[in-house]
Design a protein around this ligand. Structure first.
Ligand code: ADP
Ligand code: MG
Ligand code: ZN
Length: 321
């Protein structure tokens, strides 16, 4: 029997998992919507359900699972197996590793979700061969994973990665993290709704009529489709979104000197609509001699990155590969 790891990417919206072979082959894959199952107890139950389903899928393939890796959003301490806090969930010092291990009877290793995605892209995807890079994911919020010298940089207490919460405007709107004006309020799904909401009343009414949606039901997919059809307002929404992506990446360049950025998360699916504006704004906000050196590339693995990275991270900590 081949030794395998289960890798799970727990997002603010979806929870995706897979059974991963030693060579990175995805042997089985499943996804569950998190919905209202958001408490610590409900999340442990949801992950247990996903792991049990994946185990029975892979049992049919003759695989033996030795370890589980979970990438989760928020302040995740990889070493302690604890999630201190997460803006999208009501968790406080949540000992996920221990609780899940007790339920599934396998070692459970956890890390920040974007750290796992960074590992996945470094090992199998767009960041192969990059010794220094930032993985930045745009979806429900913004996630960040910094790889320096070929290793993840986790910060003093293993909690680095909350890059979505650096402050763009101290007088900005309140954020679920307890602060205000964080980058992820401007360059995430909520950021798109905010940009749409801030257009003038007549333009907003015309856009919503064309989309056939209310503002709260407006999805990035719908705005992207309108932009594909040539709608100038939808195109302007993506350009404004791209500007907020670029302004944030400019700060990451200026702080760390890292020049390679891998753009992932659900919104990377429509990166053609915003990457041009992101590049223009980035160039306006960094030194002119550095600007041509900065590379922004799209993640190569899509939803699989977090699964593959979480499995690789867990297998490595488990003493395997
Ligand atoms: P999380 O990890 O926080 O659950 P993701 O990074 O997976 O979030 O992003 C999910 C979101 O990305 C979806 O809610 C959806 O609105 C958006 N998304 C996914 N695919 C597309 C697409 N093809 N076009 C536009 N938006 C998309
Ligand atoms: Mg995610
Ligand atoms: Zn915040």
């Amino acid at each position: 029997m081949d030794a395998c790891a289960i890798g799970i990417d727990l997002g603010g919206t979806n929870c995706r998992g897979g059974v991963v072979g030693a060579d990175g082959t995805l042997l089985a894959q499943r996804a569950l919507a998190v919905g209202n199952r958001r408490s610590e107890e409900a999340i442990v139950a949801l992950l247990t359900e996903l792991i049990e389903a994946l185990s029975s899928d892979s049992g049919a393939n003759g695989a033996s699972i030795t370890v589980v890796g979970v990438g989760a959003p928020g302040l995740v301490s990889h070493e302690e197996g604890v999630i201190y806090q997460c803006p999208h969930y009501p968790w406080r010092s949540f000992p996920l590793s221990r609780l899940l291990q007790e339920r599934v009877g396998l070692p459970v290793v956890i890390d920040n979700d974007a750290n796992c995605i960074a590992l996945g892209e470094a090992r199998y995807g767009a960041a192969r061969g990059d010794r220094n890079f930032w993985m930045v994911t745009f979806g429900t919020g913004i996630g960040g994973g910094l790889v320096h010298g070929g290793e993840l940089w986790r910060g003093d207490r293993g909690l680095a990665g909350e890059v979505g919460h650096f402050v763009i405007d101290k007088n900005g709107p309140p954020c679920e993290c307890g602060g205000a004006g964080c980058w992820e309020l401007y360059a995430s799904i909520r950021g798109i709704r905010r940009i749409v909401a801030e257009t003038d009343t007549a333009t907003l009414a015309a856009l919503l009529a064309k989309a056939g949606e209310t503002l709260n039901a407006l999805t990035p997919e719908r705005v992207a489709r309108l932009a594909d059809e040539g709608d100038p307002v939808a195109r302007k929404v993506w350009a404004d979104f791209g500007a907020m992506v670029g302004v944030g990446i400019a700060s990451l360049v200026n702080i760390t000197g890292i020049e390679t950025f891998v753009i992932g998360g659900g919104l990377a699916a429509v990166w053609n609509h915003f990457i041009g504006a992101a590049r223009t704004t980035l160039t306006e906000h960094i030194y002119s001699t550095i600007a041509p050196r900065v590379v922004m590339k799209r993640a190569g693995l899509g939803d699989a990155a977090g699964i593959l990275g979480a499995a690789a991270m867990a297998a490595r900590k488990d003493g395997g590969r």
